[in-house]
Design a protein around this ligand. Structure first.
Ligand SMILES: Cc1ncc(COP(=O)(O)O)c(C=O)c1O
Length: 343
């Protein structure tokens, strides 16, 4: 471990010693033959936790979402999602190229969709209107600052999806943050989302991996797409072992990340009024308005003091608490950032 306090993302974490031991000890086989016992165990455990028929390991969150879009969203159809969704902002055109679908984006609240906004985006059903293929939500929202819908809101959106005969897809890269923060339990999310994925490699601290969860026929189709995309792996049980370890040891501790995010946010809001809207801090992210100080200057100043943060705009920073940053380091980082904002 280094002395640097890295708050750029929860993806920067490195496997812990315990996780590395679990990886080294993993039993493996060729997963293209369905013979990797550790991957099989991970997929069965995950499906069971969410009360669903099947699950599939993918190398990344983007591949996880893209296999579901390709499997479920007809070519030439439209996918309703929030304007700042990861699908739209950061997947470099994958949905257009792979599933060949178009986005119908809706401005939401902190990256969240609401039933009224979704209703408002529905086109009439039938020729010559572009058909609706899917509604997609992000839980928690990345560019929305870690906010979550919660299962009650998702049920309202699912009702709309059901009425139009389309699936409700969940990009649950940080779904466990929402679960730990009180959005709903695993079974409830498993029921309300038609098909979804979550990342092992974000707050859960695994080096690689996401898991897709859905009905068995959807997972069978998603497996074809994973193969087409070059994501069918061989002795990847070493990675699944990291994922199983993360699910066993790193879920409850997400509450520590959330508490640390609140400490950071509170300290900044008190010391630099206007920098943080405390109401926007729901999980492990804090967005900071740097005011008159350029964000790049804060990034540089903080880096010189051993704290790494990310600029998300000319005057906007994102801080993401994670398992490599404990409560003491959080307080130290807050002091450094307060000083940097005052420069
Ligand atoms: C909301 C969301 N979805 C998907 C992804 C993509 O995950 P990956 O980088 O594993 O492809 C990310 C990554 O940060 C994300 O924040």
């Amino acid at each position: 471990m280094t002395d640097v306090i890295d708050l750029r993302s929860d993806t920067v974490t490195r496997p812990t010693d315990g996780m590395r031991r679990a990886m080294a000890a993993a039993e493996v086989g060729d997963d293209v033959y369905g013979e990797d016992p550790t991957i099989n165990a991970l997929e069965e455990e995950v499906a069971d936790r969410f009360g669903r028929e099947a699950a599939m390991l993918t190398p990344t969150g983007i591949m996880a979402s893209q296999t579901l879009l390709a499997a479920l969203c007809p070519r030439g159809s439209e996918l309703i999602c929030e304007s700042n969704a990861h699908l739209v902002a950061y997947e470099v055109g994958a949905a257009a190229l792979i599933a060949a679908v178009q986005f119908r984006t809706v401005d939401g609240d902190a990256g969240r969709l609401g039933a009224a906004a979704v209703e408002g985006a529905l086109r009439p059903d039938g020729f010559p209107y572009t058909p609706l293929g899917m509604i997609s939500v992000e839980e928690t929202t990345n560019r929305g600052g870690g906010a979550f819908h919660g299962v009650d809101t998702l049920r309202e959106i699912r009702t709309i999806a059901d009425a139009r005969g389309v699936p409700l897809h969940g990009d649950g890269a940080r779904l466990f943050n929402a679960i730990v923060a009180g959005g709903g339990d695993e079974r409830a999310y498993g029921q309300v989302l038609s098909a979804f994925s979550f990342c092992l490699s974000k707050g859960l601290g695994a080096p690689v991996g996401s898991v897709v969860v859905a009905d068995a026929d959807v997972i069978a189709e998603a497996r074809l797409w994973r193969r087409r995309l070059g994501g069918a792996m061989r002795q990847a049980g070493v990675l699944a072992a990291a994922g199983r370890y993360a699910l066993e040891h790193h879920v409850d501790r997400l509450a520590d990340d959330h508490a640390n995010a609140r400490v950071l946010a509170t300290r900044l809001a008190e010391a630099v009024p206007g920098s943080v809207d405390l109401r926007s801090v729901a999980t492990n992210m804090v967005y900071v308005d740097t005011g008159a100080v350029p964000a790049a200057q804060v990034v540089e100043h903080a880096r010189d003091k051993g704290v790494r943060v990310g600029a998300m705009g000319d005057h906007l920073l994102r801080l993401v608490t994670n398992l490599e940053v404990d409560a003491d380091e959080t307080r130290r980082a807050a002091d450094v950032l307060v000083a940097a904002l005052a420069v």
